[in-house]
Design a protein around this ligand. Structure first.
Ligand SMILES: Nc1ncnc2c1ncn2[C@@H]1O[C@H](COP(=O)(O)OP(=O)(O)OP(=O)(O)O)[C@@H](O)[C@H]1O
Ligand SMILES: [Mg+2]
Length: 351
């Protein structure tokens, strides 16, 4: 089968040759994990093969992307970037940058009246809708001028398009139609997005044909990185976590490398890696709460009202929402410490 290279050799190996062309894929990971760098690798690979490629910049203005990536010594002059950052005045226009801000699209809002349900949807609609329009226009213009179709598209990122609070139901419909639109373009598309929470089933992850996920953590004060493929429809793939580094030439994936985690299971069961780290943190903090709770009870500190917060933490734990457990527990720990201190103080005063 015909495959599309990601521009990163080790990752292509993990994908058993590369991506299946003409489909949308999700690239997810925490901030600074290398998502945008992969996007540029992917597009440069296309340019190298004489393909037409395009990036839609939502997170950072095009000139910043180019400056950030300049460290890798890549010639980005030929990389076409559509500027979809909310404020188009934040950058000085360069040669290959097309001036298309989301703000230009406000008059089109009236045309989609039927679907509109709330004020939030209105904003969101304009945002995804305008990116969609931009892309469609760009595809047509490019075809007119060059007789070629774009074969690679990167959207960096979808998260920024979705930042307006809106009902899950509305969001799902919009993203669904956006992904359908991307499939119809018949270009291989990378949609960059933030890491989903373990309990969340986000539409883009369900509908994308594949999900490449970056992980980043600290070990002995150094940043460690890994990449995994969570899903790849229509193909076999490497199900393990593989080590990754960001070096002077961009991403390097060690396709035959093992990810070792503090002597923990090193075969990294797909999807559980991040959860393992989080749940360990959650368990540790709950243990600390229990100890502190006992200490508070022993000195008759007033902590009754804090009980519901423990229950809440337990519910989150049960749901696998480990980051919520941690967040809830950190504030609970602080409260417990304060109560303990107060009780100790007043017993000292009484004496
Ligand atoms: N020359 C370099 N050598 C080593 N590491 C680098 C170099 N340049 C950038 N990095 C690393 O790459 C990271 C940025 O990668 P990238 O911009 O792709 O992240 P991202 O996943 O897109 O993040 P965000 O979600 O914030 O957009 C930086 O945090 C830095 O650690
Ligand atoms: Mg980025």
């Amino acid at each position: 089968m015909n495959r599309v290279s990601t521009g990163v050799e080790g990752l292509d190996k993990m994908l058993h040759g590369g991506l299946i062309p003409g489909r949308p894929y999700v690239i997810s990971g925490p901030p600074g994990s290398g998502k945008s760098i992969l996007g540029v690798h992917f597009l440069l690979e296309g340019i190298k093969n004489g393909e037409s490629v395009i990036m839609v910049a939502v997170d950072e203005p095009p000139n910043e992307i180019k400056t950030n990536m300049a460290h890798f010594g890549w010639g980005l002059d030929r990389l076409r970037i559509l500027d979809a950052t909310p404020d188009i005045r934040t950058y000085t226009k360069g040669k290959s940058i097309i001036d298309v801000g989301t703000t230009l699209d406000v008059q089109d809002m009236e045309q989609v009246g039927e679907m509109r349900k709330s004020q939030q949807l209105r904003i969101m609609e304009v945002s995804i809708h305008s990116v969609q329009k931009m892309l469609k226009q760009e595809f047509q213009d490019h075809f007119k001028v060059s007789g070629k179709r774009y074969t690679r598209v990167v959207i960096d990122s979808l998260t920024s398009l979705k930042m307006f609070g809106m009902r899950a139901e509305d969001r799902r419909i919009l993203i669904q139609s956006f992904l359908r639109f991307l499939s119809e373009l018949e270009a291989t598309t990378l949609i960059i997005t933030e890491l989903p929470r373990p309990d969340e089933l986000k539409t883009e992850f369900l509908l994308a044909r594949g999900d490449i996920r970056f992980q980043k953590w600290f070990e002995s004060n150094a940043v460690r990185r890994a990449v995994s493929i969570e899903k790849f429809r229509g193909s076999a793939f490497d199900e393990r976590f593989r080590p990754m580094v960001i070096g002077s030439r961009g991403l390097f994936v060690q396709a035959d490398g093992e990810v070792a985690l503090h002597g923990r299971r090193s075969d990294g069961v797909v999807g559980h890696f991040f959860r393992d780290i989080m749940s360990e943190e959650a368990f540790e903090i709950l243990e600390e709460i229990t100890t502190l709770w006992e200490e508070c009870e022993a000195i008759d500190a007033n902590i009754k009202d804090l009980k519901p917060r423990i229950f809440r933490a337990m519910i989150y734990l049960h749901m696998g929402r480990h980051d919520d457990v941690v967040q809830q527990s950190v504030s609970l720990l602080a409260a417990l410490r304060e109560r303990k201190e107060k009780a100790t103080m007043s017993s000292l005063i009484e004496r």
